[in-house]
Design a protein. Structure first.
Length: 390
């Protein structure tokens, strides 16, 4: 676990981070203009972003959006602008009815506390038939209901997807190949996707070098759609190689760091007839280093003109303790959230969200603990974001 200095004063977004976002934004707008000037029928551009701020009442641990973030709100600073802020752009190319390609670039807080732009997607798609296609390159992991739009805050009702579920698989992409087959029975559409590939990942650990990890993953997802109803089931199997863990002179740990198996099984349902929505997901993960977990959430909201109030309840249960040596503490927690989305103008939404988080006994929950943190307890999190697309 990373170590942090305690109780630092409130900080604004550092100039070099803000500058990085501005540079990326200018580049994306420039790309949009260039794409328009070429062939609108072949190329298209879309951009998206979020500017947000989050406060946590826990002063001895950091509340983070992802374990890839080295710090967050609470201990490092009372108010953080890093958790949800990002900007991205996507260029799509349709060469003909069968061949297409997409590149998506995102700038957001990285493991080393920088805002270095990264390639989120970069793949080529070939439609063998209208219902059977293959993609090669960097592809989104389709494990959750909002996987394809997980980074695009404007498409979601919440400030962020429920962490109890989504934080269990912070990896959002994979380098490899996938295939999707779709068939219909009456008004029911069923799409089955299989994916295989690998990815090199960096994770913060409080040192300048971070933790390097290799992942090899296979993912299969079945999505059924019938009108406003969407059902999904997914299975992911990965093998993780973590050299820093392998180098620990303890046989039990060094073995766990070598091709350690990780499994996640997911089921999700969403019903959205237009004026209101209700959705939920559950997932069970198995990983020896951090222990097995079961997590779920249910969320509902009502659209009243430009306003969408919503509520969410989520729970993360630690089934087995981290092993063989507890270098990670149990992570059980439950949270109740209320929020409001305001579609202030075309392509811009403003969201406010309050989370009441209760940590299980001897648990760190979804927090990054500091040296003075006492497991268990409760905390309050307040978030405000502006989401936009262009």
């Amino acid at each position: 676990m990373p170590e942090h200095q305690q109780n630092r004063k409130v900080q604004r977004l550092k100039p070099h981070r803000l500058g990085a976002l501005v540079v990326v934004a200018m580049a994306l707008y420039s790309s949009a203009g260039s794409a328009t000037e070429i062939e609108q029928s072949m190329f298209s551009f879309s951009g998206f972003g979020t500017v947000g701020v989050t406060h946590s009442s826990e002063k001895n641990a950091d509340f983070v959006n992802s374990f890839f973030q080295p710090n967050g709100a609470g201990m490092s600073r009372s108010w953080s602008t890093d958790l949800d802020s990002r900007i991205g752009g996507q260029v799509s190319a349709n060469f003909n009815n069968q061949l297409s390609a997409v590149v998506q670039i995102i700038a957001e807080q990285q493991w080393d506390n920088s805002y270095t732009p990264i390639v989120e997607w970069a793949n080529v798609k070939y439609a063998i038939t209208p219902d059977f296609s293959v993609r090669v390159g960097r592809i989104a992991l389709p494990t959750f209901l909002t996987s394809d739009s997980r980074k695009v805050g404007y498409t979601m009702p919440w400030v962020r997807p429920p962490l109890e579920v989504y934080q269990q698989l912070p990896v959002t992409k994979n380098d490899g190949v996938d295939a999707t087959y779709r068939f219909r029975i009456g008004n029911v559409s069923n799409s089955i996707t299989g994916l295989a590939g690998k990815l090199n990942i960096m994770i913060p650990d409080g040192t300048p070098s971070g933790v390097f990890m290799k992942s090899k993953a296979m993912n299969i997802v079945d999505v059924i759609e019938y009108g406003a109803l969407t059902l999904q089931a997914a299975y992911l199997h990965a093998k993780l190689t973590i050299p820093k863990v392998m180098d620990i002179p303890v046989p039990e740990l060094s073995q766990v760091g070598d091709n350690a198996p990780f499994e996640l099984m997911q089921a999700g349902v969403s019903y959205d007839p237009g004026n209101w929505f209700i959705m939920g997901e559950c997932a069970k993960s198995r990983f020896e280093l951090t222990g097995n977990k079961f997590n779920w959430y249910v969320s509902s909201g009502w659209r009243l003109g430009k306003f969408t109030p919503y509520v969410t309840y989520a729970k993360l249960k630690q089934i087995t303790d981290p092993s063989p040596i507890p270098i990670a503490l149990p992570a059980g927690q439950k949270s109740a959230s209320i929020g409001l989305r305001w579609d202030a103008m075309k392509d811009i939404s403003v969201k406010l969200q309050y989370d009441r988080i209760n940590l299980d006994e001897n648990s760190v929950g979804s927090l990054i603990p500091g040296p003075s943190f006492q497991p268990g307890g409760k905390l309050n999190v307040v978030s405000a974001v502006v989401d936009f697309v262009f």
